[in-house]
Design a protein around this ligand. Structure first.
Ligand SMILES: NC(=O)c1ccc[n+]([C@@H]2O[C@H](COP(=O)([O-])OP(=O)(O)OC[C@H]3O[C@@H](n4cnc5c(N)ncnc54)[C@H](OP(=O)(O)O)[C@@H]3O)[C@@H](O)[C@H]2O)c1
Length: 268
């Protein structure tokens, strides 16, 4: 039996539907049972990443866990530690985790540092791990458009952004095939694009802000400093070349070419 977190979300939801289609028994671990997908051979348990006891109960009897990283939060790492400890206490053997491309303690994208620390926790927990080191999601790029423009200090840096559906399809394949244990996969789309090119493809303008302008233009959202650092470092990480990576992992694992920006925008 496989425990699936994030099943009310995009990636976890697609993975859960894929497991159901493959006839694999699963446990959907959700925050709100009313929003859990209704699937064959799936039972539902409610747990948030802050509730150690509920998580341990939710993971009980699971051999493997699909661990979707938590929504950005000042305490995300504590939440991830709670998930890892609960999985160990419940006897989970194998974990597939949605990490981040080139995650490191010093990566420019500040939220990427949590992913590195989470990988370390999982390794120290003695699990057989598969880390899906995802580039930025193609799906979120159109959401960055404000007032007809993409704005941020990305310069001419490029990003090999990947479709969430491809991340989910890789996750499903690795959950179904234990030979992925002990491996990391760098997941990207088919091409590296600059923000200028992305803006062209979306039919909007690209405004290459300075770092100061980026902070100033986001001030009005009233977000905490750690959140704004995360937003701005999305662009500075690209400017620094840390996302200028294209791999063949999606195709070699799923057997299908990775989706393009146009595929994602048109819902393919
Ligand atoms: N690489 C990138 O560009 C990028 C961009 C955005 C996000 N991410 C990361 O990738 C993850 C998956 O992406 P997605 O598109 O599938 O996100 P999504 O559609 O927002 O789904 C996230 C799922 O995780 C659950 N979740 C979040 N925080 C949780 C917590 N503290 N405790 C329990 N469950 C929690 C959500 O539950 P609810 O439905 O109850 O909220 C939801 O089911 C995100 O959670 C985020 O960490 C990466």
């Amino acid at each position: 039996m496989i425990a699936v977190t994030g099943a009310t979300g995009q990636i976890g939801g697609r993975v859960a539907r894929g497991l159901a289609a493959a006839g694999v028994p699963q446990r959907l671990v959700v925050r709100d049972a009313n929003r859990a997908p209704d699937l064959e051979r799936a039972d539902v348990r409610v747990a948030t990443y802050t509730d150690a006891e509920a998580l341990r109960h939710a993971f009980d009897g699971a051999q493997a866990l699909f661990f979707v990283s938590a929504a950005e939060d000042a305490h995300r790492l504590d939440q991830h530690r709670t998930v890892v400890e609960a999985a160990a206490a419940a006897g989970v053997e194998r974990v597939v985790y949605t990490s981040f491309l080139n995650a490191s303690p010093t990566c420019t994208f500040t939220f990427g540092r949590d992913h590195f620390a989470t990988e370390q926790m999982l390794e120290q927990g003695g699990f057989a791990t598969t880390f899906l080191r995802d580039s930025f999601y193609l799906d979120i790029l159109p959401e960055f458009v404000t007032d007809g423009a993409l704005r941020g200090p990305a310069g001419t840096g490029k990003v090999g952004a990947v479709a969430r559906a491809d991340v989910a399809d890789v996750a499903l394949a690795t959950l179904l095939d234990e030979s992925h244990a002990g491996r990391s996969h760098d997941l990207t789309g088919p091409e590296a694009l600059s923000f200028g090119q992305i803006a062209d493809r979306l039919g909007v303008e690209f405004v290459d802000e300075t770092i100061e302008q980026a902070y100033a233009s986001r001030e009005g959202f009233g977000a905490p400093a750690w959140m704004v650092d995360g937003w701005v470092s999305t662009y500075t990480a690209i400017a620094a070349g840390e996302l200028d990576v294209v791999t063949d992992a999606v195709e070699s694992i799923t057997g299908r070419a990775p989706r393009t920006l146009e595929d994602v925008v048109s819902g393919r």
